[in-house]
Design a protein around this ligand. Structure first.
Ligand code: SF4
Ligand code: SF4
Length: 114
């Protein structure tokens, strides 16, 4: 799903007009996407003049960077390497669990394919 960088949005409303399913509205002069209505066509990403809307690949990159940043912050708090190892193990365990949940959900959703 596309993702809007609110700081960059200049409220031109081009994305609002371009969306084929009216999934984008304006709130406090910033574009907002309704996750439940969006059909992931990507048209809004292409039309934004200031590149305020991120596509799937860019969004993944931003999320990975943010995860690493918060992980490093946590590590910095605990200087001891034994604690850091535990934190790393815990993080990896949590991510593996999330991965299993997502993979399981994808598997189940695919059963609904016509
Ligand atoms: S991806 Fe398509 S459906 Fe979703 S908000 Fe953008 S233009 Fe609308
Ligand atoms: S096209 Fe870009 S700048 Fe214009 S309203 Fe949409 S997100 Fe904001």
């Amino acid at each position: 799903m596309p993702w809007i960088l609110k700081k960059k949005c200049i409220a031109c409303k081009k994305c609002v007009k371009r969306c084929p399913v009216d999934a984008i509205s304006m709130s406090k002069s910033k574009a907002v996407i309704d996750d439940h209505t969006c059909i992931f066509c990507g048209k809004c990403v292409k039309v934004c003049p200031v590149h305020a809307i991120l596509g799937e690949r860019e969004k993944v990159k931003v999320d990975v960077e943010s995860n690493i940043k918060s992980f490093l912050k946590k590590m910095k708090k605990h200087n001891g390497s034994a604690t850091n190892n535990r934190i790393l193990k815990g993080e990896l365990k949590q991510l593996e669990r999330q991965k299993k949940i997502i993979q399981g959900t994808i598997r189940e959703l695919k059963r609904f394919k016509p």
